[in-house]
Design a protein around this ligand. Structure first.
Ligand code: FAD
Ligand code: UDP
Length: 398
């Protein structure tokens, strides 16, 4: 990727894009390809791809430095769009939870309940079982409500309480329902983590896909650079900002909490470490889960590479924290952001939304449609100003 954005005759760019993750890269691609605009993408990290960046480690194993990234979507538009820049390897992610000395499927399904309780229930009987243990909550508001309302206190304690307290540093009763609602409950034997229509990994990895998206003569990429270092040096007309929204506004309404993680990557001289892509540890250890990349990437290799995730309060911002107070603080930032006609805020950090990759792509494509409409309006105004100008009419008559 080129760092050589500047030449002596450089006259600035149409768009300065802060962040080379999904949000920034999709918008760079669209603005350059569809509107022929000049774009500078700047990222403070030494690579493109944001948190989806992948690379080969010293042993030659393809790893995800920022934790396992599994692509899944129900949106044909998002899948078709990304398919212009990558081929795919079909992959259905499976996760087991280490509970009571057993490895059982999560999301909780028929096999989970039968294994844990030594039962032989049918699907129909599992529904009755869940109804008998569920603690009905009339107004489901928190991450505790969602789970106890569906599967009762015991399964909640076994799978969700400890994991959530570790991951978020707070009790599920303090977190919005949407967090644990990400994980469904099933009464069949479907052991997949996701059931989306499209589930696949970029065949050559995410970084290759991002390189292809950003490979356009109108797109320059500047790495190892905080946008604040160049924002007043390089002329730009519009900005796309995909970093943390509170930082953009100098924390004027306070610091929005973003949960962080510490990743411990380990390469082992064995072909297989664990039976599935991810094993969750809700109740033991300081880490939440271990993922083994070869399951996810499909790579064959005599060694294997795994990653442990240790939740942290401080560090790189990875997760917006969905609570009522944080939503209220974000609303104030959002109002400021909406009032800026020169900056568009897109992505997980800039809109403080617990979005998956496909949701960020969809959000960026929607933002592009708005920007394109604005450019078309501006072009139309310029043309009508030109044709209405008597000087131009006289000129064209001669
Ligand atoms: P980011 O990828 O965070 O990109 C923002 C970029 O902005 C960063 O590269 C950052 O360096 C840059 N930046 C910030 N501030 C500045 C600044 N001041 N100057 C210059 N650059 C700046 N999603 C899925 O769909 N499936 C998964 O399996 C999945 N697993 C995940 C696992 C983990 C551990 C995490 C943390 C996330 C996971 N996600 C997953 C979510 C996914 O990572 C995000 O949805 C997606 O990467 C967000 O893209 P983005 O462009 O909004 O943000
Ligand atoms: N969760 C849990 N136990 C599990 C899996 C998930 O308690 O075994 C809860 C936890 O609060 C987690 C949330 O559900 O943060 C969402 O899980 P997901 O796997 O979607 O998290 P991500 O991959 O985004 O970190």
């Amino acid at each position: 990727m080129s760092n050589s954005a500047l030449s002596t005759s450089f006259s600035g760019v149409d768009y300065l894009i802060v962040g080379a993750g999904f949000a920034g890269s999709v918008l760079a691609e669209r603005l350059a390809h569809a509107l022929d605009l000049r774009v500078l993408v700047v990222d403070k990290r030494p690579h493109i791809g944001g948190n989806a960046y992948d690379r080969h480690d010293d042993a030659g194993l393809l790893i995800h430095p920022y934790g396992p990234h599994i692509f899944h979507t129900n949106s044909a538009d998002v899948f078709d769009y990304l398919s212009r820049y990558t081929q795919w390897r079909p992959y259905q992610h499976r996760v087991l939870g280490s509970v009571d000395g057993q490895l059982v499927p999560i999301p909780i399904n028929l096999d989970t309940v039968n294994s844990l309780y030594g039962l032989k229930l049918s699907s129909f009987e599992m529904k009755q079982f869940l109804e008998s243990v569920a603690e009905k909550v009339d107004d489901v508001r928190t991450s505790e409500d969602v789970v106890v309302n569906k599967v009762g206190r015991d399964l909640y304690n076994k799978f969700f309480r400890g994991y959530t307290r570790k991951q978020w540093g707070m009790d599920p009763s303090e977190l919005d329902a949407s967090v644990t609602a990400r994980v469904p409950t099933r009464t069949n034997r479907d052991g997949r983590y996701f059931t989306d229509t499209f589930q696949a990994m970029p065949a050559q990895g995410y970084t290759r896909m991002f390189e292809a998206m950003l490979n356009h003569p109108n797109i320059k990429v500047m790495l190892n650079t905080d946008y604040r270092e160049i924002v007043n040096l390089i002329p730009w007309k519009q900005m796309i900002y995909t970093g943390p929204v509170d930082s953009f506004f100098d924390f004027k309404f306070g610091k929005l909490p973003y949960r962080s993680l510490q990743f411990q990557h380990v390469t082992l001289p064995v072909e297989r470490f664990q039976p599935v892509g991810t094993v969750n540890y809700p109740n033991d250890y300081a880490y939440t889960r271990i993922s083994e990349f070869k399951h996810i990437t499909g790579q064959t290799h005599s060694s294997t590479s795994i990653v442990y995730e240790y939740p942290r309060a401080e560090g790189d911002p990875y997760y917006p924290v969905p609570t009522r107070e944080n939503a209220a603080m974000y609303k104030r930032y959002e109002a400021e952001a909406d009032a800026r006609t020169d900056v568009t805020f897109v992505g997980r950090l800039a809109t403080y939304k617990y979005y998956n990759m496909d949701q960020v792509v969809a959000q960026a494509l929607t933002a592009f449609k708005r920007l394109r409409a604005r450019h078309e309006r501006q072009d139309a105004q310029e043309i009508s100003a030109l044709t209405l100008n008597p000087a131009n009419v006289a000129l064209s008559d001669t």
